[in-house]
Design a protein around this ligand. Structure first.
Ligand SMILES: *[C@@H]1O[C@H](CO)[C@@H](O)[C@H](O)[C@H]1NC(C)=O
Ligand SMILES: *[C@@H]1O[C@H](CO)[C@@H](O)[C@H](O)[C@H]1NC(C)=O
Ligand SMILES: *[C@@H]1O[C@H](CO)[C@@H](O)[C@H](O)[C@H]1NC(C)=O
Ligand SMILES: *[C@@H]1O[C@H](CO)[C@@H](O)[C@H](O)[C@H]1NC(C)=O
Ligand SMILES: *[C@@H]1O[C@H](CO)[C@@H](O)[C@H](O)[C@H]1NC(C)=O
Ligand SMILES: *[C@@H]1O[C@H](CO)[C@@H](O)[C@H](O)[C@H]1NC(C)=O
Length: 485
């Protein structure tokens, strides 16, 4: 009897509770509202039969696209160093910042970043040049040691994991050891193809070294920006045909050493060559690579379609773009949403990530002598951490946070959001992406979320879903909202 009445009660309540919008996160162009949460409480926005708004966003939940893994940035040695200093100077503030970046629980006041890119060895944001085996000619890798990386790097990643159990770690080297290249140096030079097997073994050792430290990678790439060399910081030229061969060797080693669940990602370079380099890697060794990763520094986001149309079943990742100081806050935020945190997703990316998560107010510490982020407008971290321990989340942070909220699992360790169809009519100022996040239990309703960039004036807009309309006036800025159905 008890069971029966409870069951009747639920079936009566659920349809009423569904399709109302209670939860809204907003970042406004005037910065008066910065990733601010509003719960509409007793006055939710209802989906009704009315439709009077001037613009509309139509959600098509029956058209599904890629499953997301979330948003974030890179934990460079420099970012980890600053965070580690903050931890020893003021651990309360450190944990506040870490929570604000990485707590992906539903309802937390946090960006809930779930994607962490980690350089293997030195990048241009390290204290010095190093790889895990800088002993010239050590082809047996007897001297290999991931602990040539600073211990604070591993410590900080483990702190991230202690807050976020679903963080996806994507490892990527900035260069093979110098002795595997024609330059003999970590800065610049071209990979020597006779070291293909040695380098694959080096990368397997790196995966194992991280695993032994408690960090199991979601993904590994073989070379950051393989078409760029510069002797002022760790870089290497690795042609597509070489990358394909290294990937095949590494895939076989990973499969026989307990890394079947870790994927290999190709390319890791700019949009402009999306139709060539990564396509060639897939042609040569498609079985070994799950997909390709893109950066923002040349070409544009629609170039991702060249790769997608050639290999529609392969993953797309967007793994690097940096902010620079002295730009306009709102122009920057619009650019990030248009091109990465909405744009790249609408061009099939499963994630979106900025470069350094944390730097200081001068874009330091940069690798001594590196020309990569110099000049009058240095690279900016997602968060600026000042020497007095105060910190400022930058426009990059708000772009990530607004996107991340829409796709983080609704249930602890439950599914991430999956992109679904959305179209805009009646406005040229609205840029939108939509997701469905399924639940751990099929009894529970899905969360449907929207990320909306409004580049114009406030616009009253109908959100059309399953034949009903909910009306909301989007402020100039970025809005994330959701409902259950
Ligand atoms: C939506 O419906 C609820 C009743 O379910 C009502 O209390 C609320 O005021 C309505 N919201 C708006 C914005 O009219
Ligand atoms: C994340 O935030 C929630 C809500 O603020 C809190 O209850 C939870 O303890 C945090 N999780 C972790 C792992 O720190
Ligand atoms: C290295 O990069 C700097 C800055 O972008 C550039 O001025 C320099 O020419 C580059 N060097 C090489 C060898 O490409
Ligand atoms: C993006 O690049 C393609 C060429 O790769 C070009 O046709 C297109 O106009 C560019 N789009 C924008 C918005 O710049
Ligand atoms: C930590 O404190 C030291 C000594 O006061 C200072 O030099 C350093 O900049 C501080 N670092 C951070 C990130 O707060
Ligand atoms: C999705 O498909 C189902 C069944 O075909 C239909 O009832 C529903 O209205 C469709 N939903 C949308 C949003 O088109």
């Amino acid at each position: 009897m008890m069971f029966c009445s409870l069951f009747v009660g639920l079936t009566l309540v659920l349809p009423i509770a569904s399709q109302q919008i209670y939860d809204i996160w907003t970042t406004s162009s005037d910065q008066k509202t910065l990733f601010q949460y509003k719960n509409l409480g007793t006055n939710p926005i209802n989906f009704t039969d009315d439709a009077s708004a001037s613009a509309s966003i139509t959600i098509d939940a029956n058209t599904t696209y890629q499953e997301m893994i979330g948003f974030g940035g890179a934990m460079t040695d420099s970012s980890a160093k600053l965070l580690s200093e903050l931890k020893s100077n003021d651990s309360g503030k450190y944990w506040d910042l870490m929570q604000y970046m990485f707590n992906s629980s539903d309802g937390a006041n946090s960006a809930g970043m779930t994607f962490l890119r980690v350089p293997l060895g030195a990048s241009d944001f390290s204290e010095n040049f190093y790889t895990y085996d800088d002993t010239k000619g050590d082809v047996s890798l007897a001297k290999f040691d991931v602990s040539t990386a600073p211990s604070y790097l591993f410590d900080i990643i483990k702190d991230v994991q202690s807050i976020n159990s679903v963080i996806k770690v994507h490892l990527c080297p900035w260069s093979p050891p110098g002795w595997m290249k024609d330059s003999g140096n970590i800065g610049g030079g071209k990979f020597t193809s006779s070291y293909t097997k040695t380098y694959a073994q080096y990368l397997l050792n790196a995966l194992q070294g991280f695993k032994n430290k408690g960090i199991t990678a979601y993904a590994i790439s073989l070379q950051n920006e393989p078409e760029n060399e510069n002797d002022s910081y760790p870089t290497a030229l690795i042609p597509a045909s070489y990358e394909a061969k290294i990937g095949s060797e590494l895939r076989a080693l990973m499969d026989s050493n307990g890394f079947t669940d870790t994927i290999i990602v190709a390319y890791e370079h700019n949009w402009d060559d999306a139709g060539a380099y990564p396509v060639e890697v897939m042609q040569d060794a498609g079985d070994s690579f799950a997909g390709a990763a893109f950066h923002c520094y040349a070409g544009n986001v629609s170039d991702q379609d060249e790769f997608h149309s050639a290999y529609p079943d392969k993953d797309i990742y967007f793994t690097e773009c940096t902010g620079t100081f002295n730009g306009d806050w709102w122009s920057d935020l619009q650019w990030y949403m248009n091109n990465i945190f909405i744009g790249s997703v609408n061009h099939n990316s499963k994630n979106g990530a900025m470069w350094n998560l944390v730097l200081d107010g001068e874009g330091q510490p940069l690798l001594p002598g590196s020309t990569s982020c110099g000049g009058s407008d240095p690279c900016r971290g997602v968060v600026t951490l000042n020497s007095d321990g105060s910190y400022t989340p930058n426009q990059e942070f708000y772009a990530i946070a607004q996107a991340s909220k829409a796709v983080i699992p609704r249930d602890e360790n439950g599914p991430f959001g999956q992109r679904i169809g959305s179209t805009v009519s009646g406005s040229n100022n609205l840029v939108v992406t939509a997701y469905e996040t399924k639940r751990s239990s099929s009894q529970d309703q899905s969360r449907y979320s929207l990320v909306v960039l409004n580049q114009g004036d406030e616009t009253s807009t109908a959100i059309q879903f399953n034949g009903k309309n909910a009306e909301y006036t989007f402020p100039t800025g970025v809005t994330t909202l959701w409902w259950y159905a």
